[in-house]
Design a binder for this molecule. Sequence first.
Ligand code: FE2
Ligand code: FE2
Length: 288
Amino acid sequence: MTTLAHVSDLHFGRPAVSERLDALRGFLDGVGPDAIAVSGDLTQRCTNREFTQARAYLDSLGEIAPRLVIPGNHDIRWIGAVARNLGFVGLLREQAHILKYSRYRKYISDDLSPSLEVPGAVIAGVNTAHGISRGSLTRRFRDLGVIGHVKHADIERVRAAFEAADPAAARIVMIHHNPIRGELSGRHGLANTEQALHAFSDLGTELILCGHDHQDAVHTIEKGAHGLVISTAGTISNRIKPGRASSFNLVHTDADNLRIVAHSWKKGEGFVPSEDRTFPRHTLSRPT
Ligand SMILES: [Fe+2]
Ligand SMILES: [Fe+2]
């Protein structure tokens, strides 16, 4: 049995609640997961101070288990994102691109789409946060720069990570933006949802981990011959939807099943199990 902790939207800065962050770390320390996956939005305003705090916290999680982290839309610098994508050319354009991810790279990692294999599971992280860019254009003005997309090069990275992994390992993709419309927000996180889900499915992905919507949810979706499970982790911060609680998910996988247990924050009790779903794995129908 492999156990993964899936945590999202820490939002260091004003929304961060140290009581919940401490409780989460204590909880994970007790569980002893095989890996901790953090699906972006480490900061609220992408400041040096917030990144310093996020890095220290991630390092403390790293003492519990290997961790895999990707950026969210709050972790990129707006000025770089705008300059990069609104018509600058040549060197300036390149500089702007470097600026966009400069703080994430400085404090967290140079690798924006890292992957991690542990016994029983391979997780391919995909950066979907590109700011205002051609691939993320949307008719909804308020979604500009918030919505994400999956780049072709990253799909090839997922392919390489899966091909290099143990064939029996559960194939998992982690992105920041939710590909399923949020129940309360009514919003998709990705601009190229259909295309991305088909591509991931064709690579034999069994589970997609995401965040961004700040509401925990577990969905299944049928793409081609393969069932795809989508697990959205809520936020640990106080940027929660009305009537919802801070939450994270535990993923348990063995040769037969994939089980997702959401844990929600209850005042006075800490994080307690709130939803428990089990799905049969589809390893036999994996493409060759
Ligand atoms: Fe967020
Ligand atoms: Fe986000």
